[in-house]
Design a binder for this molecule. Structure first.
Ligand SMILES: *Cc1c(COP(=O)(O)O)cnc(C)c1O
Length: 429
């Protein structure tokens, strides 16, 4: 085939040997059915997003934005309606003033809990940065400092919910339950929306008025349902991950019950002001267009993850999720078994990037970590992890976590480049 030869030459110009290219072609062909399934989910989610935009009557005027107080910001208010339509919730708060995912989660917690209340995580330890928000690690301004206590029930050995312990952990003080959908950078399985629904039903049966919040980071648009479709009162996430579609330059979202969103709005701005203020400046076009692109961008990230899992599994490395498992977030872990492997992988991701491809990532002493960490990202939006990116702590078992890929061709190039680096260093025979 003419195109095949042309393609091989184009990969060769980017440093991919014919052998690695052929391996990639074979792998991609084997994944045809799987990729079609991913595309079907993307198709459904694309329709969901378009319908949500039409229903909210998004107009050209919505793209303009405001300055100053931001009163009557029709674009901001309409975007929030679009999010509420997508998540099938009463209301949403979607703002550039929410600086990141941690901020969005902290906002949801601090605004919906009061002194004397208790927070429960029935799915084990939450994401690292939440430890300081909650006060698991003592921190200035934490929930603990405001007299909000915390309880945690770990998952069972096999990843199942520990229903007995959850039942006994729920008490008269329990006000809010936080459920993290993605495994984040842990080895527990990611929760499917169905499993989240089962957990919420169980909790609501014990205590109907408890608020169930889901940390939805990395999960949006991976399935056709969201946690708010199975009983979550509040879903929270970052716009520089899935729902920003790679275009959102900043922001976070909360979607849920009207009262929960109002609480959050009064906390984000001020009591008495709430959602009425908060200029959107010039970012609305990217938030709208990014959301529009998000379903297919997430599909690209998923294909990249599935491709890598299968390629590396065949080369003898252990991968989580494995090559055939169903996906509930976009994160892929690959255990490379050596520090050289982690470095080679990250250098491959960096070398394939559109931005900063000439930079060589090296392990460094990152604050808050007990070992050196290496990171690779050549992103248009700083720190964006819907763009192809990877990081790994330089310690046993030498696992690297990677995610993203705004387009499947870029994801494929990135993975093949990591593989080439591994081959060049003799880490794959
Ligand atoms: C990324 C992430 C967060 C925090 O988001 P930041 O934008 O990095 O602050 C919280 N929870 C999960 C599961 C995440 O993946």
């Amino acid at each position: 085939m003419l195109q095949e030869k042309e393609l091989q030459k184009a990969y060769e110009a980017l440093g991919i040997s014919e052998k690695v290219f052929q391996l990639g072609q074979k792998q991609e062909a084997e994944l045809k059915d799987r990729f079609e399934e991913v595309d079907r989910v993307a198709q459904l989610n694309q329709l969901k997003v378009i319908r949500a935009m039409q229903k909210a009557k998004v107009s050209e005027a919505c793209l303009l934005g405001t300055t100053g107080y931001g009163y009557n910001d029709i674009g901001r208010d309409t975007l929030e309606q679009v999010y509420a339509n997508i998540f099938h919730t009463e209301d949403a708060l979607v703002r550039p003033q929410i600086t990141c995912g941690t901020h969005a989660l902290a906002l949801a917690l601090m605004s919906n809990l009061r002194p004397g209340d208790e927070l429960l995580s029935p799915v084990g330890k939450p994401y690292d940065t939440l430890e300081e928000v909650i006060g698991i690690r003592p921190s200035r301004g934490s929930l603990a400092e405001y007299g909000i206590s915390y309880r945690q029930v770990d998952l069972l050995e096999d990843g199942a919910f520990d229903y007995e312990r959850i039942r006994t952990a729920i008490n008269e003080k329990t006000k809010l339950v936080t459920i993290q959908r993605s495994k984040g950078y842990q080895t527990r399985p990611t929760l499917s929306v169905t499993r989240i629904g089962e957990l919420i039903s169980f909790i609501k049966e014990i205590k109907p008025d408890v608020l169930c919040m889901v940390d939805n980071c990395y999960g949006e648009f991976v399935e056709t349902m969201e946690p708010s479709d199975v009983g979550a009162d509040l879903v929270v996430g970052s716009l520089i991950k899935n729902p920003g579609g790679g275009l959102a330059p900043i922001g976070g979202y909360l979607a849920g019950k009207k009262e929960c969103i109002e609480n959050a709005a009064f906390r984000l701005t001020s009591p008495g002001l709430g959602k009425e203020v908060g200029a959107s400046l010039g970012v609305l076009p990217s938030l709208y267009q990014g959301l529009f692109l998000a379903p297919t961008v997430v599909a690209s990230a998923l294909k990249s993850a599935i491709f890598a899992a299968n390629l590396y599994e065949k080369a003898g490395f252990s991968v989580i999720p494995n090559g055939t498992e169903s996906r509930h977030d976009i994160i892929q872990a690959v255990t490379l078994k050596s520090p050289e492997g982690v470095e080679a992988f990250c250098q491959g991701i960096q070398a394939a990037a559109p931005v900063d491809s000439f930079v060589t990532p090296e392990p460094w002493d990152m604050p808050g970590y007990d070992s050196q960490v290496i990171m690779a990202a050549g992103a248009f939006v700083s720190g964006s992890s819907i763009e192809l990116s990877a990081d790994g702590p330089m310690k046993e078992p030498y696992a690297v976590y990677f995610q993203g890929g705004l387009t499947w061709p870029h994801g494929k190039l990135g993975i093949l480049t990591t593989y080439q680096k591994m081959v060049d260093k003799g880490l794959i025979l």
